[in-house]
Write a protein that binds this ligand. Structure first.
Ligand SMILES: *[C@@H]1O[C@H](CO)[C@@H](O)[C@H](O)[C@H]1NC(C)=O
Length: 328
């Protein structure tokens, strides 16, 4: 009897596990703790992510913003929810098949979170938030699978990270409406990129050769940027560029500047010479006056005629002082 009971109970166990195992495999229970941690890290998670609750399947129960491929979480699309707080990226790194993070139109602030720990990401959308500060130059170095990067309408500053321009699969890059500054670097894989927007930043210098296929609407609103697309030739083309002839205004300005400088130099030299001449004359005049005074004191008509003849030799450049002395 006990043998039969044992057989039955083991059969039940086998049957149970037969039905339960798939459920355990596909409901991805591992995904629940990370998502609940993420919820906790958000300021208003409780009110905005109401159906994110323990003991419920994120995919089957269609948790708000959780995108699944069958039973696997592949994306988080948390848009227009007024979310803020410091995102627990460490928790997200446990979602091994997460490919897309979309946090568009929320209220996130501060520096860009360390999404670069999520090496499998293919798309990241952070548009329309209040993210600030510089993005480290090497930030995207660990995100070689990225295809779409949308950071537009935030408050990012500093240079566009060089690692971003070196992503091999980058198809869409939107950085418009930030405060990115400095020069735009060349794209390492220009043929891959299909959509680019850098409008309304503080970028400067010339538009790189690798971005020549994009038109004015990609670049406008950067006052110190120059290039063909903006109909604003660069003043100092890079040495590698073909030498373009100087424009007429440039030539005119150069000539005018040259002549103005030349004129002032001549004036300056002339006045220096005159001054020296003047000083010399002053010295000789005073000597002469001294001698004349002696002669005058001798009270002869001859002396005064001498004096006159000297005066005529000297021409019209009299000195008031000397005249006075002559009167004596
Ligand atoms: C720029 O190119 C885009 C498509 O790439 C086009 O929709 C837009 O009209 C163009 N703008 C101008 C001003 O040519």
């Amino acid at each position: 009897m006990s043998a039969t009971a044992a057989a039955v109970s083991s059969l039940v166990l086998v049957l149970l596990s037969f039905f339960l195992l798939p459920a355990l495999c596909f409901s991805q229970p591992d995904a629940i703790p990370p998502l609940l941690k993420l919820k906790k890290s958000l300021n208003n998670g409780d009110s905005k992510l109401k159906n994110w609750i323990p003991n419920s399947s994120p995919c089957r129960r269609k948790w708000v913003g959780v995108m699944c491929d069958d039973e696997t979480i592949i994306g988080l699309h948390l848009t227009n929810l007024g979310l803020s707080g410091s995102i627990d990226v460490q928790a997200l790194s446990q979602l091994h098949r997460l490919r897309t993070i979309r946090l568009v139109n929320n209220a996130f602030t501060g520096p860009i979170p360390e999404f670069n720990k999520l090496r499998g990401l293919k798309a990241i959308y952070l548009s329309n938030n209040q993210f600030t500060g510089e993005i480290p130059d090497k930030y995207f170095g660990s995100m070689g699978k990225l295809k779409k990067v949308w950071l537009n309408e935030n408050k990012f500053t500093g240079n566009i990270p060089s690692s971003l321009m070196q992503l091999p699969h980058l198809v869409e890059l939107h950085l418009e409406g930030n405060q990115f500054s400095g020069k735009i670097l060349e794209l390492k894989y220009p043929d891959v990129l299909k959509s680019l927007d850098l409008k309304g930043n503080q970028l400067e210098g010339n538009i790189p050769e690798s971005m020549s296929k994009f038109n004015v609407s990609t670049f406008e609103g950067n006052d110190r940027l120059c290039g063909e697309q903006l109909k604003k030739p660069c003043a100092h083309p890079p040495l590698s560029d073909k030498q373009t002839p100087l424009s007429t205004p440039t030539i005119i300005i150069t000539y005018v500047t040259f002549f103005v400088v030349f004129f002032f130099v001549i004036i300056n030299i002339a006045s220096t010479i005159e001054e020296k001449d003047h000083d010399l004359r002053k010295v000789s005049n005073s000597r002469e006056t001294f001698r004349n005074a002696h002669i005058v004191s001798g009270s002869t008509r001859k002396s005064s005629s001498n004096n006159l003849s000297l005066k005529t030799k000297r021409g019209s450049s009299h000195k008031g002082n000397k005249n006075k002395m002559d009167m004596i």
